[in-house]
Design a protein around this ligand. Structure first.
Ligand SMILES: Cc1ncc(COP(=O)(O)O)c(C=O)c1O
Length: 429
């Protein structure tokens, strides 16, 4: 059965009706030009796909469809890859997701879990978010969960949408679902962009909250774009994906940037239970956004993921990411004890230790009467350290300290440099 026939019914007057909320929503909200792109059947990729198969079986077959120079410096040639990424990698990402987030036999997902058709490789999560926003955000209000990665607003605006930060949490840092629903209705919000474990705080949403969010999305016909770039970097509890809770209306965006330490390789993934989204629409969109993701970066990840997926399938913790997590936890512990000793308080939901990700969010000590931007400027001016003023994430008065980019030794040195900055600010009063 083709992708189309499984998800689309009763085409009338050229307007398809989709059974799946994800496709229906995207189709209804995407601009006309994008509709044309996703409905097109581009000739070149179709010929290339056919030629690749024929060439593999017929040694005398000659390919003259390719737009690249070959045979001059053979050792330096890097071929274009398929628009939605190397098939083998897509398959591995699908299996990683299936085992890591227990997606077999979940309603709304195929009983075997996800495979390559559920995955499109993109040039980092950033490109994934950008393309997906072009489908859901155009002339719409997109709800952002606080705290939010500072790039989200630009990505939504570029896609012609309008970011609306929703006050998600009450004083006790619990999700106030009544208020969230009220704001969504008032602002006619049609999709939500959530992120857990969260940048900057490392916060996660509980299973119960994810369940309630899924119910809310169904009730209000929302699409959830779930940024899960740090999903396996968890220090507490079992990792979950939003796909487990609302597969029919979730698009997951993730990447190897953080979990496998290769942001420069630019390998991200867009994952959805609906194959037509990832296997048909995404390749056409990627082709017109960036042609294809980085082939060299994908090869690096392929080598890593083969072993990681084998570990998962055989019931072990994936070795590489587990090692990464253990080291990050030590660094996180170190920096937290330094920050607390100097009067900073953790400012996320977890007041003792973040649930995951690679940075901590800390509130400036009460006697430091500078705002977060001025504090970071001071640290830079004194040439002691850099950090990010968390007003850019929607948390004024707080600082994001990224501990992943510092070794344990550097974190120990950071303690003295931080003290020097605090002393200098206090002396000036
Ligand atoms: C929450 C979040 N999403 C997405 C990204 C971008 O990831 P990538 O390097 O894969 O584009 C970042 C990078 O900092 C991030 O923190």
């Amino acid at each position: 059965m083709s992708d189309k026939s499984s998800s689309q019914s009763k085409p009338s007057k050229g307007i398809p009706e989709f059974k799946a909320p994800l496709l229906d929503h995207a189709w209804t909200h995407m601009p006309k030009g994008i509709r044309q792109t996703v409905s097109s059947e581009p000739t070149i990729p179709a010929i290339a796909a056919q030629a690749k198969v024929i060439a593999a079986q017929n040694p005398d077959f000659i390919r003259s469809d390719q737009g690249q120079v070959v045979g001059i410096l053979p050792d330096n040639e890097v071929y274009y890859g398929p628009s939605s990424g190397l098939e083998e990698l897509r398959e591995l990402v699908g299996r990683f997701w299936t085992y890591a987030y227990r997606l077999k036999n979940k309603p709304g997902i195929s009983p075997q879990g996800l495979d390559k058709k559920n995955v499109a490789i993109v040039s980092g999560a950033t490109e994934g978010l950008s393309i997906v926003m072009h489908l859901f955000a155009f002339q719409k209000n997109v709800g952002l969960m606080p705290l939010y990665w500072s790039n989200y607003k630009g990505i939504i605006l570029n896609a012609g949408g309008n970011p609306v930060v929703i006050k998600f949490f009450n004083e006790d840092y619990k999700i106030d679902f009544k208020n969230v629903e009220r704001i969504i209705k008032k602002n006619k919000i049609t999709s939500l962009l959530i992120n857990f474990p969260n940048n900057p705080s490392g916060d996660v949403l509980t299973d119960e909250e994810l369940q309630q969010l899924a119910a809310l999305a169904r009730r209000l016909n929302l699409i959830i774009i779930s940024d899960e770039v740090y999903n396996f970097i968890r220090y507490k509890g079992e990792p979950q994906s939003m796909l487990s809770f609302a597969p029919e209306r979730t698009v997951v965006i993730s990447s190897a940037s953080k979990e496998y330490l290769i942001p420069g390789a630019r390998v991200g993934y867009v994952i959805a239970a609906e194959e037509m989204f990832t296997n048909s629409w995404m390749p056409k969109l990627i082709r017109s956004f960036s042609s294809s993701p980085n082939v060299l970066g994908q090869r690096i990840l392929l080598d890593i993921l083969k072993d990681e997926v084998r570990d998962l399938e055989e019931g072990r913790s994936p070795r590489i990411i587990t090692e990464i997590k253990e080291e990050l936890k030590i660094r996180c512990d170190l920096i937290i004890s330094i920050l607390q000793e100097k009067g900073f308080e953790l400012a996320g939901r977890d007041r003792d230790f973040p649930s995951g990700a690679i940075s901590v969010l800390a509130r400036l000590p009460q006697d430091i009467k500078l705002d977060d931007k001025a504090f970071v400027e001071k640290a830079l001016e004194l040439k002691k350290f850099s950090a990010v003023p968390a007003s850019v994430f929607g948390a004024p008065g707080c600082i994001r300290f990224g501990y992943a980019g510092m070794t344990q030794e550097t974190i120990m040195k950071f303690s003295k440099n931080l003290q020097d900055v605090l002393d200098s600010i206090r002396k000036k009063r």
